[in-house]
Design a protein around this ligand. Structure first.
Ligand code: NAG
Ligand code: NAG
Ligand code: NAG
Ligand code: NAG
Ligand code: NAG
Ligand code: NAG
Ligand code: NAG
Ligand code: NAG
Ligand code: NAG
Ligand code: NAG
Ligand code: NAG
Length: 868
């Protein structure tokens, strides 16, 4: 085969030599490899060109370049690109004194370059990319190839320095050394006297820079008025990004410095680079705010600043309406040399510390394909204008502080493939349209405050593609999602994770009350127009007009949640000459059962009163401005959020993380136990809460815990649950996965032991910092087992580290510190033991809540809390 090739080469070459000899004054026209298409092509215009081209001789052909090629002394161009030539480049190439262009790219050539190659002083194009070549470049190569215009050596295994003599190449246009092992610094003289230089691509080497001098090359490159591309990504560059970048030619279309350890800020002058198409700076240590001048870059198609330390807000950006720059008019550089594989537009700002809202101008990014703002500190709502980003295929807003609902306009993103909204504060129901977005292949809504029924179509049928975990108030959906069943009456679910309590009036409560009262009075419970149970001295009734005013006409910015029977608004109202912030729950009376729910909730709240239960202030039962029935409940507003947020959301106060310390947690545990004891000892019927979990425990200004959400509560000693109870599905709902007692899963009757179980889990969670649904425990291990196994010797390994590290303002010695750590550990072990005893598998093995309460109080007294 090799012999055949040699014959073939010589045969063609002879023809070429003849042409060449006949045309000694051949002009030298740079010719991209594309011009050498086809299996064999020779110069078509014999006056001008002497070319040998063998492209793709045959698939799978493994051969060698014959030494004898060097005999063809008058050859001006050789293209043997895209074959499988596997051998060294012959020394004889040094004889080709007339050679102007050499294309050997995309073969399997190996060994080092013959030193004779650097004798080819006529050479303008050296393309040996994509081979397996090794060795170093001669230090004087720049002086030996004075006519070189394109130096393309990417994707080989060259090592050593970039020869500073490259700076002497006055005609050079393109330097590409991508994916080699070049080291040392980038010559500071590069570009200084090289007016034609337009592409400098050192991506993927081991180049270094530590100080400003090492970065000098960027300043000298500002002299190159044709500069289009600069890429020094994936190297070992450190030091501060020079301000000179803003002085680069305005022709610059690509600037890349990704995957280095570059520090400093992006200078405002970046906005001068008005032709920039792509700016890649991800994976560095850049900081400061993003310059507003980025908004001047009207031609920007791709911006990646992920994984830095940027702060401040997101500037307004406008992405270009056109295609990528490679499709622009003639460039001297073949387009494949840019190594840009996918042509799409993106904005990556992930993993920074960006704050503020997502600006509504995001809707201007009409051609954006991918938007990644994950892991920042972006707050506020998802702007409705997101629906105008009609090219969007990938949207990742995960790990921010976004709140509010998923905007309906999202439905307009017909091309969306991936949607990740996980780990935010988003609430409301999961919109049905997500199920009908046919392209969607990944959907992550986990760790938010979504509620209500999960759709059962489209992507929601695929449990691997969808995640809705960590939204405690979701129900229904495909069986694989393992969510509790939805009651027919809670179509919209019930949010219990909002700051304000929503005490859901529930049908079951109504039925329970019915039973309770029936037991005593054997009378029928009234339906409509309930007696307002709250005594007038404490609670005056309010009118629709007052509530409308208090909530600014039920303005959407005051909407803080949507529950099963209505919406909850934050409001400010005068009650007994006192202005106070309240939570107003407006019942949606169109919802079946809403009237009964209102009655039931009023009755229930009359039944119970305790300092550790959420308090109702007043009710409103009247007609609205349209003359329709209007019913609302007004609750106290608890400003410190819920326990779940405190334990898991790492709340911040003026930039400082707010962590509950040991004493505070113990006190909250005692508060909750007090509330439960009160409910369990309630007369005439004990009340079982049925849904005790951190998100149902609200904290007031003094960090006193208030148990709320009696939506699932049951009064005991009721007669057998009647048929209406069953048909509404209330019987099926007995709490939240992770906290619900195991016997409930087996269909057992609700009991106070079930609450104790939930309480035990709550205790373990509070002091380990781990949710019972944590996947860390695996299928077999539960939080209970996880703690039980660790007690007492390995306790420190399961304790929430925040409790041990918590603000230790050391005036004392390390010894004292260790002493305190020991005391803390001992105290926590005692608490965890109570948690273990409360969450025993067998209901009757569990502690009584009263005993747990007294044990915790004893622990509090035994350990001098000032020391903890
Ligand atoms: C390079 O050319 C010079 C003279 O032009 C010659 O002396 C030298 O031997 C050549 N080197 C190689 C390696 O061919
Ligand atoms: C390149 O060379 C190395 C050894 O130097 C060898 O392991 C590797 O397979 C070669 N790669 C190709 C594509 O020929
Ligand atoms: C550039 O060329 C000049 C003169 O030809 C020479 O003195 C100098 O050393 C060369 N520079 C480099 C960096 O090789
Ligand atoms: C730009 O080029 C001029 C000469 O053409 C030179 O004097 C100057 O130092 C160069 N500037 C930089 C920043 O290299
Ligand atoms: C950038 O250009 C401006 C104006 O030409 C000049 O004043 C400034 O010193 C230059 N900055 C750098 C870092 O080269
Ligand atoms: C950046 O610095 C870190 C820590 O010194 C080091 O582990 C990492 O390899 C560096 N990365 C680069 C690309 O130099
Ligand atoms: C990020 O910036 C903050 C202050 O701006 C600084 O304290 C922190 O060390 C920086 N982080 C890194 C990884 O550079
Ligand atoms: C969204 O971003 C987060 C954080 O950067 C990442 O962990 C997650 O994989 C991304 N989601 C998708 C679907 O790509
Ligand atoms: C479910 O989603 C995964 C991941 O997107 C995909 O690989 C798989 O094919 C899908 N399964 C079905 C049945 O669509
Ligand atoms: C969202 O979460 C953050 C931190 O977890 C918290 O500070 C903030 O209050 C929450 N906002 C809402 C509306 O829940
Ligand atoms: C919900 O309502 C539908 C009809 O509206 C009924 O067929 C179904 O049985 C109900 N489900 C439950 C759990 O009550």
């Amino acid at each position: 085969m090799a012999a055949l090739l040699e014959c073939f080469l010589l045969a063609v070459a002879v023809v070429l030599v003849a042409h060449s000899a006949a045309a000694p004054a051949a002009s030298r026209l740079p010719l991209p490899p594309a011009a050498a298409a086809g299996d064999v092509s020779a110069g078509s215009d014999s006056d001008r060109l002497a070319l040998m081209a063998f492209k793709k001789l045959s698939n799978g052909f493994v051969g060698c370049i014959p030494e004898s090629l060097g005999d063809l002394q008058f050859l001006e161009a050789i293209s043997l690109a895209d074959n499988k030539l596997r051998c060294r480049i012959p020394d004889s190439f040094g004889n080709l004194h007339e050679l102007v262009e050499l294309y050997l790219d995309n073969n399997e050539l190996e060994g080092s370059l013959p030193i004779s190659l650097f004798n080819l002083s006529s050479l303008e194009m050296l393309n040996i990319q994509d081979n397996n070549l090794t060795g170093v470049f001669p230090p004087d190569m720049g002086d030996r190839l004075p006519n070189l215009q394109q130096f393309l050596v990417s994707k080989n295994q060259f090592h050593g320095l970039i020869p500073p003599s490259l700076c002497n190449l006055s005609m050079i246009q393109v330097i590409q050394t991508v994916d080699n092992f070049l080291s040392g610094t980038i010559p500071q003289c590069l570009g200084r006297n090289q007016k034609m230089l337009s592409v400098v691509n050192f991506d993927g080497n081991q180049l270094e820079a530590t100080n400003d001098a090492d970065w000098g090359f960027l300043s000298s490159l500002t002299n190159c008025s044709n500069m289009i591309l600069i890429d020094v990504s994936i190297n070992k560059l450190q030091g501060v990004l020079p301000k000179a970048i803003g002085n680069m030619s305005t022709q610059l279309e690509y600037f890349g410095i990704t995957n280095n350890n570059i520090t400093g800020t992006i200078p405002e002058s970046i906005g001068n680079l008005v032709n920039l198409d792509e700016l890649d700076m991800e994976n560095n240590l850049l900081m400061g705010s993003l310059p507003a001048s980025l908004g001047n870059l009207k031609k920007l198609n791709r911006l990646s600043l992920s994984n830095n330390n940027f702060s401040g807000s997101i500037p307004q950006l406008s992405f270009r309406n056109g295609g990528p720059f490679l499709q622009q008019p003639f460039r001297p550089i073949p387009k494949e040399l840019f190594l840009i594989s996918t042509i799409s537009s993106f904005l990556y700002l992930a993993h920074n510390r960006l704050t503020g809202n997502l600006p509504s101008e995001v809707g201007n990014l009409k051609n954006l394909d991918e938007l990644d703002l994950s892991d920042n500190k972006i707050s506020g709502k998802i702007p409705t204008t997101i629906g105008e980003c009609q090219s969007l295929q990938y949207l990742n807003l995960s790990g921010n502080f976004l709140e509010g609902t998923i905007p309906p306009s999202l439905e307009q993103l017909r091309g969306l493939l991936v949607l990740d909204l996980s780990q935010n504060n988003l609430s409301g129901t999961i919109p049905r349209f997500l199920g009908s977005m046919t392209g969607l292949s990944t959907l992550n809504l986990s760790s938010n405050y979504f509620e209500g029924e999960v759709p059962k179509d489209g992507i929601f049928l695929n449990a691997t593609a969808t995640s809705v975990m960590g939204n405690n108030d979701l129900c229904g959906g495909a069986p694989q999602l393992k969510l509790p069943k939805c009651s027919n009456q809670t179509k919209h679910g019930l949010s219990s994770k909002i700051i304000i309590i929503i005490i859901a009036g529930s049908t079951i409560l109504f039925l329970i009350l019915f039973t309770c009262f029936a037991l005593r009075r054997r009378t029928k419970l009234r339906r409509a127009n309930p007696k307002i149970p709250l005594s007038d001295e404490q609670h005056m009734r309010v009118s629709y007009a007052q509530l409308s005013k208090a909530t600014n006409r039920f303005a959407s910015e005051n909407l803080i949640g949507v529950g099963s029977f209505g919406a909850v608004y934050k409001g400010r109202i005068g009650i007994s000459d006192q202005q106070m912030v309240v939570a107003v729950k407006v019942l949606n009376l169109q919802q079946a059962g809403a009237y009964r729910s209102f009655d039931a909730e009023c009755e229930a709240l009359r039944c119970i009163r305790h300092r550790n239960l959420v308090k109702i202030l007043t009710v409103c039962s009247g007609i609205d401005f349209q003359g329709s029935d209007f019913k609302a409940l007004v609750f106290e507003f608890l400003p410190n959020g819920n326990l779940d947020q405190w334990l898991h959301k790492h709340l911040e106060e003026e930039g400082e993380p707010k962590v509950l310390n040991l004493v505070e947690r113990l006190q909250i545990a005692i508060d909750v136990a007090s509330a439960l004891e009160y409910l369990h000892q309630h007369k005439p019927c004990p009340i079982v809460h049925c849904d005790l979990k951190p998100s149902n425990i609200l904290l007031d200004n003094d960090m006193v815990a208030h148990v709320g959400d009696f939506g699932l509560a049951r009064f005991l000693h009721q007669e057998h649950s009647n048929s209406s109870d069953k048909s509404t599905g209330w019987n099926a709902i007995r709490g939240t996965i992770g906290y619900v007692a195991p016997e409930y899963g087996l269909g057992n009757e609700v009991s106070i032991h079930g609450d104790v179980y939930s309480y035990g889990i709550l205790l373990l969670e509070m002091f380990t910092g781990k949710r019972p649904t944590n996947s860390e425990f695996g299928e077999v291990l539960t939080l209970h087992e996880y703690v039980e196994t660790a007690l007492p010797d390995q306790t420190t390994s399961v304790i929430d580290q925040d409790l041990l590290n918590a603000t230790w303002n050391s005036e004392g010695t390390a010894q004292k510190y260790h002493h305190i750590e020991e005391i803390r550990t001992e105290c926590i072990v005692s608490i965890l033991k109570v948690g273990i005893l409360c969450s025993k598998e067998i209901p009757t093995d569990r502690m009584q809540i009263g005993d747990a309460l007294r044990e915790l109080q004893a622990i509090r007294d035994r350990f001098d809390t000032h020391q903890l």
